[in-house]
Design a protein around this ligand. Structure first.
Ligand code: B12
Ligand code: SF4
Length: 461
C-alpha cells in the first residue's frame, strides 16, 4: 500500500507570498514525518509554484503508482485546486482522501463529489497511519481518528520538501527567512466565532525542550531566523513560554519571531522575556472595543485587559498588533463607535477584518437562523478583504461599511506622533546605523502607504 501526499498549488489572490515563496504546509509535514517514522510507503507531490501542476501530478502518479492520494486543503488556498487533484487521481484509479481546515469544515459537501472517497476531519496523523495499516477499509465516508500525543510526534518532515520555496524573506525583519512551528494544539476557550473542529478544546502542548530542539533545526539546518509560532494559544502556560524564551536567549540565535496571544494570558515578565528572546510582534485577539460584543461572543476578556496588554507590550519593547472583527452578529453602530474610540485611545497597528461565519462554530447557528449559509462555492468569503453582502448586524449594511471605512482610516493614521514615539522607544533608535535608518524609512513609508490607502478608499466611495 502506498500513499501520495499532495500539496495543491496556491493560486491568485490566495497566494500568501509571491510566485516563488509559500507558507510551509505543516500539516503535510507532520503526516509525512509519522509515515516516515513508521516506515510506510509514501511520496510527496508538492505542486506549490509549479507552472503545470496537474501535468506534474499526472507524471508523479504514473511513476509512483500510489493506491491512495491524500490531499491537504488549507484555507482558500488549494481547495478548488485540491479538488482538481482528486479528479486527476481518479484517472489513475487511486482512492482519494482530503484533509485540512477546509475539508474539516465541509466534509459532507465534499463527499458528494464522486471523485472524493474520504474526508478526514481534524488531525490526520493517526488517520493516515490507520489507512496504511489497513485497519480502516477504503470506503466513502468521514474519517475521524484520535488526536496524536503531541509530546511524541516527530518534527514535521521539512527534509522531504524543497525548503527554499518555504523560506519567504520577511521585509520588515530585514529579509530574514520565515520558518513556522507549532508548539501546541487546541484551545480551552469557547469564543463563539471560532472554528474549533480541527484541534478542539483540549490544549495539548509540547515540552519546552522539544520545542527548542525544533527551533535549533529550523535555525541551523534551514537558516530560517524569522519564526512564526502558529499555535492557537502559544501563551497559555507562562512557565513553558519562559522556558522557551530563556532557551532561545541562551542560544544567542539572531532570531526574530511572532506569536498570537489572548490579552488575558500575558503579563509583564512574559512579555519582557518574549522581547528578550527576539519576539517582535504579538498578535492580540482584541476583537472589539465594545464590552457588550466581547460578552456576546463569550471572549472572556475585557477592554481593560486589552488596554493593559497593549501598554505592557509597548513597555516591553514589543509591537502589539490588534486583531479586530467587524460586522459581527448583533453588532450595533454604538459597538463600532466604541471600537473606534478604543483604536483612537490605543494607537497601535490593527488588522480589521469583516466577520465571516465559520461552519461548525457557535455563531454559525445564528447565521443559519438568519439565512446566511456558507457552502463550498463561498471560499471568497474567507478572504481577509471580503466585504459581506449579508448582514448579521443590527445596523443597515451601508452604515456598517461607512463605520468600518472610518475605523480603518483612523487605525491607519490616528496619532502619527504617538506612533512615532512608540516606534522610537521600541526600536531604541539612539544608535546611528544603517539598520536603524532602514527601519525608520520602512516605518515612515508604511505610515504614508496606510494614509494614502485610507484616502484612496475614501475618494472611491
Ligand atoms: C498559518 C495559518 C495561516 C497562514 C498560512 C496559511 C497557508 N496558506 O498555509 C496565513 C497567516 C497566511 C493564514 C491565512 C488565513 N487563514 Co489561517 N491559519 C493558520 C494557522 C494559524 C496555522 C496553520 C497550520 O500550520 N496548522 C498546523 C498544522 C499541523 O495543522 P493543519 O494544516 O490543519 O494539518 C492537520 C489537519 O488539518 C490534518 N490534515 C491536513 N492536511 C491533511 C491531508 C490529509 C490527506 C489528511 C488525512 C489530513 C490532513 O492533519 C494535520 C496534522 O494534524 C491555523 C490555525 C491553526 N492553529 O491550525 C489558521 C487557520 C487554518 N486559518 C484560518 C483562516 C480562516 C484563514 C484566513 C481565511 C483568514 C482570513 N480571514 O483571511 C486566511 C486564508 C489565507 C489562505 N491563503 O488560504 C482558519 C480556518 C478555519 C476554517 N476552516 O474555517 C484557521 C483554522 C484558524 C481558525 N481557527 O479560524 N492562515
Ligand atoms: S479565538 Fe482564540 S481564544 Fe477564542 S476559542 Fe479561538 S483560539 Fe481560543
Amino acid at each position: 500500500m502506498k500513499i501520495a501526499l499532495v500539496h495543491p498549488p496556491e493560486v491568485g489572490r490566495w497566494k500568501v507570498f509571491d510566485e516563488r515563496h509559500f507558507f510551509f504546509p505543516l500539516g503535510l509535514g507532520y503526516l509525512a514525518s509519522v509515515l516516515e517514522q513508521n516506515q510506510k510507503n509514501f511520496c510527496i507531490v508538492d505542486l506549490a509554484g509549479e507552472q503545470d501542476p496537474l501535468g506534474l501530478l499526472r507524471r508523479e502518479l504514473k511513476e509512483e503508482r500510489p493506491d491512495i492520494v491524500g490531499i491537504s486543503c488549507i484555507v482558500g488556498a488549494g481547495l478548488m485546486e485540491g479538488l482538481e487533484c482528486a479528479k486527476v487521481s481518479k484517472e489513475y484509479n487511486c482512492s482519494t482522501i482530503l484533509g485540512g481546515p477546509m475539508p474539516s469544515a465541509f466534509p459532507d459537501e465534499l463527499l458528494r463529489k464522486e471523485y472524493v472517497d474520504m474526508v478526514c476531519v481534524g488531525e490526520g496523523e493517526n488517520a493516515v497511519l490507520d489507512l496504511m495499516n489497513n485497519s480502516q477499509p477504503i470506503r466513502k465516508g468521514i474519517v475521524r481518528s484520535t488526536p496524536p500525543d503531541v509530546t511524541k510526534l516527530p518534527f514535521p518532515a521539512r527534509h522531504l520538501f524543497d525548503m527554499k520555496k518555504y523560506s519567504p524573506p520577511i521585509r520588515q525583519w530585514g529579509n530574514k527567512k520565515l520558518g513556522v512551528i507549532l508548539t501546541s494544539r487546541g484551545c480551552p476557550y469557547s469564543c463563539k466565532f471560532c472554528y474549533k473542529s480541527l484541534f478542539g478544546y483540549k490544549w495539548r502542548s509540547r515540552t519546552a525542550d522539544d520545542v527548542l530542539r525544533e527551533i535549533d533545526v529550523i535555525v541551523n539546518e534551514y537558516e530560517q531566523t524569522g519564526i512564526y509560532f502558529a499555535d492557537d494559544l502559544f501563551t497559555l502556560d507562562k512557565k513553558r513560554v519562559l522556558e522557551i524564551c530563556r532557551g532561545i536567549y541562551e542560544q544567542k540565535y539572531d532570531l526574530t519571531f511572532t506569536c498570537d496571544a489572548r490579552v488575558d494570558s500575558v503579563d509583564r515578565e512574559m512579555l519582557e522575556w518574549l522581547r528578550k528572546a527576539g519576539c517582535q510582534e504579538v498578535y492580540f485577539g482584541i476583537e472589539s472595543g465594545s464590552q457588550r460584543m466581547l460578552d456576546l461572543m463569550s471572549k472572556g476578556t475585557t477592554t481593560e485587559q486589552a488596554e493593559k496588554a497593549i501598554r505592557m507590550s509597548l513597555k516591553a519593547g514589543l509591537m502589539p498588533i490588534g486583531s479586530i472583527m467587524v460586522g459581527m452578529p448583533m453588532e450595533r453602530k454604538e459597538d463600532l463607535k466604541e471600537t473606534i474610540s478604543f483604536i483612537r485611545k490605543n494607537p497601535i497597528t490593527y488588522e480589521i477584518a469583516y466577520y465571516s461565519p465559520r461552519p461548525q462554530s457557535e455563531w454559525y447557528k445564528y447565521s443559519l437562523e438568519k439565512g446566511v449559509e456558507l457552502t463550498l462555492k463561498d471560499w471568497d468569503k474567507y478572504s481577509q478583504n471580503f466585504r459581506p453582502s449579508f448582514n448579521l448586524t443590527e445596523m443597515p449594511l451601508q452604515r456598517l461599511y461607512e463605520l468600518v471605512e472610518e475605523m480603518r482610516d483612523i487605525a491607519a493614521w490616528e496619532n502619527p506622533c504617538e506612533r512615532a514615539k512608540i516606534f522610537l522607544a521600541r526600536e531604541k533608535l539612539h544608535a546611528f546605523s544603517t539598520k536603524n535608518i532602514r527601519k525608520t524609512s520602512n516605518f515612515v513609508s508604511t505610515l504614508f502607504r496606510r494614509k494614502l490607502k485610507g484616502r484612496a478608499s475614501k475618494s472611491s466611495e
